[in-house]
Every structure is written in C-alpha cells, then in structure tokens.
Design a protein around this ligand. Structure first.
Ligand code: SF4
Length: 71
C-alpha cells in the first residue's frame, strides 16, 4: 500500500520530474512510509519544507529547483 499522502506529496512530483532518485519512493512512499520524517511531521501537523527528503535531510538542489520553477 502506498503512503496516503503520495498523490499530493512534493516527493512524487520531484520524482516524476527527475529531480530525486527512485530509491526515495521505493524505500518510503511505496515501502516503509511510517518511518518517513515528512509523514510523521504531517501527522503531527508540523510544517516542513518541500525540499526536505523522507529521511529528514534537506536538499539544496531541490531548494534551488523550487526557486526556479516558482519564479
Ligand atoms: S515522502 Fe513521506 S509523506 Fe511523502 S508520500 Fe513519501 S512516505 Fe509519504
């Protein structure tokens, strides 16, 4: 079963746009989504940036990419 947030999660979009590795989707979104930091924060209603990966690390390349596409 996929993570319940998958359809609306920025990680799905980034993956489809070739910006993040497939391993993130396989390991978390279609795997152990309960251990995803994004998932846990979403459940607690805590804000988290779109450029934060499922392991909780932030990705400067994603930060810059978001900046480009939202110009
Ligand atoms: S990144 Fe986390 S919250 Fe987003 S769909 Fe994947 S498992 Fe769910």
């Amino acid at each position: 079963m996929d993570c319940k947030w998958f359809a609306v999660c920025p990680m799905k979009k980034f993956y489809e746009e070739g910006k993040i590795d497939k391993k993130w989707i396989e390991l978390y979104c279609k795997g152990d989504w309960e251990s995803c930091v994004r998932y846990k924060m979403e459940e607690r209603g805590e804000l988290h940036p779109d450029w934060m990966l499922p392991d909780g690390s932030t990705d400067l390349r994603l930060f810059n990419y978001i900046g480009e596409v939202t110009k």
